[in-house]
Design a protein around this ligand. Structure first.
Ligand code: PGA
Ligand code: ZN
Length: 423
């Protein structure tokens, strides 16, 4: 059969931060060859699947030669001869071969690289686009690009505690126009920063990282940029925030310390009340990780208070893992889950996470990682999953733009039959 796997091999390459990551090549019996590269996070949840690193002298311990070797030997031996179109079989064969709870034997980076490359190869062999292969013929909805234009926290060296401020072009008529709205506003923001003598250097995901005097000042700058770009805040463009609250919470539970801005210690209730003030003042429609990963009570309180108004997204608390998502659904911890392929480590399990959210009436928010590559798998995957929105960085840095450009291509390919809407 044409789609049987002939060979699998991996290579150690570099990601957008210059750290090693895994790229996997898959070749099928019919000669189809595809590859995929694995992203890597910086503000990670404790329960993420394990990213196997060498911890030796090379690359300050960050080498991935062990993961590469696992692909080239154990995984290749197990999968060669299997049918690439049987994604679930492929993924569960690797999960069983690994045999650990968090993929620590083979490495989630090894497993995910193979999982994505196999999907790409199967789609190519069948001569259908990846989004359609994974999502079916009804995969026509292009996600609203939540563009991260201002960075703080662990993604930047500045005085902003909250990690990401995103622009959400939900009022645009199409993805192409939405992307234009946010890219234009990004450039206007750059001008405003320049005029104020603030830095226009960018963080890991391409957003600006100015030394604002407070977190509020960051959001005020963005509103100013929206207005100056000729858009209406709350109508054309709204704002999404990712506190990534783990990064200013030493015990990961309820002991917050906003060190970057110098605002100092805050309780869970303080943060929830602050969000209330912001929601009154600013057009925020989505809030991710408002509290830390062990602050389940705080999270539920936040959702109870604001969940009928905005999307409350759990990232580090759920880590794309159905075990934690199910707990979140039971406890009403949030009303949406961030979805990152490498948090769980295979395409099939990621789809299972999405399906669980959908069944519960939750939303799900597809996401890149702060360490990325030029691979555009995420763009196709987001269309296939039909979730309506994604975040994949700013209007600069090639590894982010590659995903946006792929989405433009998909929208174009669908020739007027694509869909674009927030909800
Ligand atoms: P990360 O950040 O990729 O560094 O984990 C992204 C996020 O927190 O959403
Ligand atoms: Zn996050």
């Amino acid at each position: 059969m044409n789609t049987l796997i002939e060979s699998i091999y991996a290579l150690e390459i570099l990601d957008s931060r210059g750290n090693p990551t895994v790229r996997v090549y898959v070749e099928l019996f019919d000669g189809t060859r595809e590859f995929s590269s694995v992203p890597s996070g910086a503000s990670t949840g404790q329960n993420e699947a394990l990213e196997l690193r060498d911890n030796d002298k090379r690359y300050g311990g960050k080498g991935v030669q062990k993961a590469v070797d696992n692909v080239n030997t154990l995984i290749a031996d197990a999968l060669e001869g299997m049918d690439a179109t049987r994604q679930k079989d492929i993924d569960y064969t690797m999960i069983e071969l690994d045999g650990t709870e968090n993929k620590s034997k083979l490495g989630a980076n090894a497993i995910l690289g193979v999982s994505m490359a196999v999907a790409k190869a199967a789609a190519k062999s069948l001569d259908i686009p990846l989004y359609q292969y994974l999502g079916g013929t009804n995969a026509v909805r292009i996600p609203v690009p939540c563009m991260n234009i201002l960075n703080g926290g662990e993604h930047a060296d500045n005085s902003v505690d909250f990690q990401e401020f995103m622009l959400v072009p939900h009022g645009a008529p199409s993805f192409k126009e939405g992307l234009r709205y946010v890219a234009e506003t990004f450039h206007i923001l750059k001008g405003i920063l320049k005029d104020r003598g603030l830095a226009t250097s960018v963080g890991d995901e391409g957003g600006f990282a100015p030394d604002c005097e407070s977190n509020e000042a960051a959001i005020e700058l963005i509103i100013e940029a929206i207005n100056k770009a000729g858009y209406s805040p709350g109508k054309d463009l709204s704002i999404a925030v990712d506190n990534a609250a783990n990064s200013f919470c030493t015990n990961l539970k309820d002991n917050y310390d906003l060190v970057w801005s110098g605002r100092g210690k805050m309780t869970s209730d303080d943060l929830i009340n602050l969000a209330g003030v912001w929601l009154e003042k600013y057009p925020i429609i989505l809030w991710e990780d408002p509290l830390a990963e062990k602050d389940w009570d705080g999270f539920a309180k936040f959702t109870e208070k604001y969940g009928n108004k905005i999307e409350v997204v759990g990232d580090d608390i759920f880590v794309t893992n159905t075990k934690y998502i199910q707990e979140g659904i039971n406890k009403k911890t949030a009303n949406s889950c961030l979805i990152k392929l490498n948090q769980i480590g295979s395409v099939t399990e990621t789809i299972e996470a999405v399906r669980m959210c959908r069944d519960a009436g939750w939303r799900y928010f597809l996401s890149h990682r702060s360490g990325e590559t030029e691979d555009t798998f995420l763009a196709d995957f987001a269309v296939a999953m039909d979730g309506g929105h994604l975040k994949t960085g700013s209007a600069c840095r090639g590894e982010r733009i590659a995903k946006y450009n792929r989405l433009l291509e998909i929208e174009h390919e669908l020739a007027g039959r694509s869909e674009y809407r927030w909800k």
